[in-house]
Design a protein around this ligand. Sequence first.
Ligand SMILES: C[S@@+](CC[C@H](N)C(=O)[O-])C[C@H]1O[C@@H](n2cnc3c(N)ncnc32)[C@H](O)[C@@H]1O
Length: 242
Amino acid sequence: MVDKALGTGGRKSDRDLKIRLKTAKGRKTSSTKWLERQLNDPYVARARSEGYRSRAAFKIKEMDEKHKLFKKGMRVVDLGAAPGGWSQVAARAVGSTAEHPLIVGIDYLEMDPIPGVTLLQKDFTDEDAPAALIAALGGHKADVVMSDMAWPTTGHRATDHLRIVHLIEIAADFAIQVLAPGGSFVAKVFQGGTEHELLHMLKRHFRSTFHSKPPSSRSGSAEAYLVAKGFKGLEPEITPVE
Ligand SMILES: C[S@@+](CC[C@H](N)C(=O)[O-])C[C@H]1O[C@@H](n2cnc3c(N)ncnc32)[C@H](O)[C@@H]1O
């Protein structure tokens, strides 16, 4: 049942209206709570009115506003792209078009096409995924590699932690292989989830690293992002002299 309750105190305006849901027995289940949160979430409404496929779009938008990640003509790789909010934001920001696509996205979920975005339906942890992404970039280096990937949680904290750390590590390794000097890497990390070793490795390869919690990331969630800027470029391989 949908029920409109009035906000607390003061004049009762439309802005005070909050949608409250009740389950059949008047008891709230977690899915009812989730639906209620979605219905009252201003970012969900904004995503709909601005034509974004997800409220997540605002996270990369806010990080771009703060860290100046995108410029016209840049090439971007989106890891864990579905349903496509981040790719949409990136495509608009860099001016990617269907005739001259600059964004490559990957997800194991099927996605509806996005103009200006080349989409691969594939698991990023598959051995051949990096090569498929590099091929989709058409031999060009990327300027931004961004990852919003996360495994579904198992409920076992230690296992979940190890799985997310592994995912970030392979995303970071991939970023180092494909980024052009000066490029940026953005990855979902979860608070307390950026391992010392990983941070150390990123600090070696990038001029600056930040932890970011964009305003649109729900305050109750442990989600956070790592932003690494100013890729220093790959060190030339040293071949031993005979
Ligand atoms: C939070 S969602 C991304 C939302 C997206 N940034 C947006 O704005 O619409 C995370 C996505 O990562 C994908 N994902 C997680 N692990 C993956 C993997 N190993 N390979 C490919 N995609 C993966 C999931 O399928 C999911 O669609």
